[in-house]
Ligand binder design. Sequence first.
Ligand code: BGC
Length: 371
Amino acid sequence: MKKGFKVISFLFVAFFVVAFLAACNSSSTGGSSKGVSVGIVLPTKDEPRWVQDEQRFKDALADSEYTTEILFSQGSSAKEKENVETLLNKGIDVLIISPHDGEAAGAAVEAAKKDGVTVIAYDRLITNTDAVDYYVTFDSVAVGAAQAQYLVDNTNGSGVPLYLYAGAASDNNAFLFFEGAWSVLQPKIADGTFKIANSSEATALQDKSELTRDEMSKILGQVTTNWDPNEAINKAQTHLTAAGAEMKGDVAILAPNDGTSRSIADTFAADSEISSYIITGQDAEKASIQYIIDGKQSMTVFKDVRTLVKDAMGMAVEILDGKTPETTGTYDNGEIEVKAKQTDVIVVDQANVKEELIDSEYYEASEFTGL
Ligand code: BGC
């Protein structure tokens, strides 16, 4: 089944690449150099995840004369709005944007819509506005569920101390990841397999199989990393200092992404009362692939950015051609149902790291040691 899916995705991707290159040629032969056609705005250069997206966009655009421009918002909604305005002034028809703050980005995309620009939210949804046309994303609920399932499958016995960490509350994905994780962890907390070590809010809610957004906000308020590795270290240190001996030993850690996972892992590894830990991640960042090879991070969720880039650019080309892009579902952004195209994710650990990331030519073997 997986193989079939891969063939279909390959054909799908190949189709868009051809369509995309065709559109590139036609727009350049028209000779109407009216500036930039597709503007791309990414949240920050400070995390390898987004630098990777930039590179994958550049790779996808390398052989074309298609006019695109990529700008980074550096974790600032004001800078993000400025970036959108810069691109609007360059005459873009399509905006592909991954917001720093999903709600605050509403103002920027509303300005784009006023200009007649089609808005594609990329990886992160823009919330509480009707000014977003499409959403290209990974299955983020599945990311959280896969992380949690890994903890369930790789811990033994009962009463395993469980440390919960989450992403930034300004990022809608942080809720989707947590929702997915909670759906798998909650029954295992209820049956005594895990005991929550670091969140009184989560403990208070541990009998609820589904949490409202407000309830998740309360938990995130205690365990957010804000997607910041340094904040993750500080939180982990505080939690370990507060934890009694019964919350040490062999532990499980839900870490939301690779950047925070490495720093939380290092913090736990440095505590002499922690005998072993299983820790999650996501993004398949190079540094985390090395950590997995070295046995310092247990798993990551591989989100093939090449697919996301091709889907987003494929959509942009269809829009420029006056066609309606194909979508596979919708996401409620609090104001409207946004038409979405969703991509699957792959769990990677020591057992399949070579097959999924090297054999698939995502990375080169020479980038790692001890493979
Ligand atoms: C993305 C993750 C990323 C995180 C921090 C999320 O919205 O989906 O891939 O690790 O933001 O940048």
